[in-house]
Design a protein around this ligand. Structure first.
Ligand SMILES: Nc1nc2c(ncn2[C@@H]2O[C@H](COP(=O)(O)OP(=O)(O)O)[C@@H](O)[C@H]2O)c(=O)[nH]1
Ligand SMILES: [Mg+2]
Length: 362
């Protein structure tokens, strides 16, 4: 998952390290001048985190590169006192490369800019009282910046379900083929494992074969399915699902919808009607992680038409870019709550921003 993005983020780290090291080498040729810049380089040049007192000696002793010598010692002393770490010029090229890499990974433009701004303000002129390697500093800055954009709007889904009046109605929206019906089946299993009963309601009355498809899942999972004839009113089906749940003490109603083009005003009118008739507790937008920018754009449009509470990104198992996973929350203000990671019923993972960032940067 997101391996391509991981590589690109790692490249940023080595870019900054290299650019800081290149500075140091240039300085060591004119080693009489130990100025603020080389102080920064000395700190940036050391890869290990060591106690302050030992740092000056050890860095000089252990290093076997061409910058050994008095100049290096002086810089190491500067390093030990913990001064300015990195300068804007050290970061210019790496940041440019990072921006290109993020855009290539389908990270939305505004999101990429937010990430860069955050990294810039974290790294440039940063004074550290404790020593850390350039790599560590870059890693921390990346981590903070990513977490900031990824965790927008996060809430505890399970807590929300636990605290809501029952039945809780969850409606799934999104275009055709992205994995709504599969996600509903996975969600029924997910809820069952946490002690919640559920009923499926097939609001996809549009597509031929939709009833049969969701019925297969319902049968496999031992869940009740509420369905009407093809061409029926989706709001009425989900409404019936809620009535069934109320009458039978079922905890959660999982409402499917037809996935047609987000540009279809017809469909959007349908979602509005569902909103009015059923007043769902949660509306979850489903799209494919692999769709990248398109998924981000659709999330925005669906959220505008029938306000969503969160998103599920499916097919993350096939996505190496990660652009949608990084961008959707920042762009819509609504959190990504789950990732679909395969076709099995167990392949639904709670989206945990910290875990994802650890995975991407760690
Ligand atoms: N690899 C993978 N395939 C998925 C995932 N979620 C759904 N699919 C597949 O995507 C296809 C379309 O899914 P479906 O639920 O019918 O989409 P819907 O039209 O939005 O209801 C099916 O073949 C699913 O098995 C996922 O997380 N990973
Ligand atoms: Mg479907």
């Amino acid at each position: 998952m997101f391996d391509g993005l991981k590589e690109k983020l790692d490249r940023f780290r080595s870019d900054v390290e290299e650019s800081a090291d290149a500075d140091t080498e240039a300085d060591s040729e004119a080693e009489a001048e130990v100025d603020a810049e080389s102080e920064a380089d000395a700190e940036a040049d050391t890869d290990t985190v060591e106690p302050a007192a030992a740092a000056a000696d050890e860095t000089a002793d252990e290093s076997d590169d061409e910058s050994d010598g008095p100049g290096r010692l002086q810089r190491a002393k500067a390093f030990a006192t913990g001064k300015v770490v990195l300068e804007e010029e050290d970061l210019e090229d790496p940041l440019w490369n990072l921006e290109m890499a993020l855009l290539e990974s389908d990270v939305e433009m505004g999101v990429a800019e937010a990430i860069l701004d955050q990294i810039r303000s974290n790294l440039i002129g940063e004074t550290k009282s404790q020593m850390a390697s350039t790599g560590d500093l870059v890693e921390d800055a990346l981590r903070d910046a990513l977490l900031d954009v990824i965790s927008v709007g996060q809430f505890d889904f399970e807590e929300r379900i636990a605290e809501a009046d029952k039945p809780v109605t969850i409606v799934f929206t999104g275009v055709n083929g992205v994995g709504k019906t599969t996600t509903i089946a996975k969600m029924a299993k997910y809820l069952e494992e946490r002690g919640y009963s559920s009923v499926l309601a097939n609001g996809d009355t549009y597509r031929a074969g939709a009833n049969e498809q969701i019925r297969e899942h319902a049968d496999a999972l031992g869940k009740r399915l509420i369905a009407h004839e093809q061409g029926g009113d989706p709001a009425a089906v989900i409404y019936d699902g809620v009535e069934y749940a109320e009458a039978n003490d079922v905890d959660v109603v999982l409402g499917d919808t037809a996935g047609r083009l987000h540009t279809s005003s017809d469909l959007m009118a349908q979602l509005e009607k569902i909103d009015r008739v059923v007043a769902p507790d949660l509306t979850l937008f489903v799209d494919e992680a692999v769709a990248g920018q398109d998924a981000v754009e659709r999330a925005k449009q669906f959220n505008d038409a029938a306000e969503i509470d969160g998103a599920v990104l499916t097919k993350a198992d096939a996505d190496s870019q990660g652009g949608a996973a990084i961008s959707v929350a920042y762009v819509t203000g609504k959190p990504v709550l789950f990732l679909g990671t395969g076709q099995g019923y167990d392949d639904l993972d709670r989206f945990d921003p910290e875990e994802l960032v650890d995975d991407l940067v760690g």
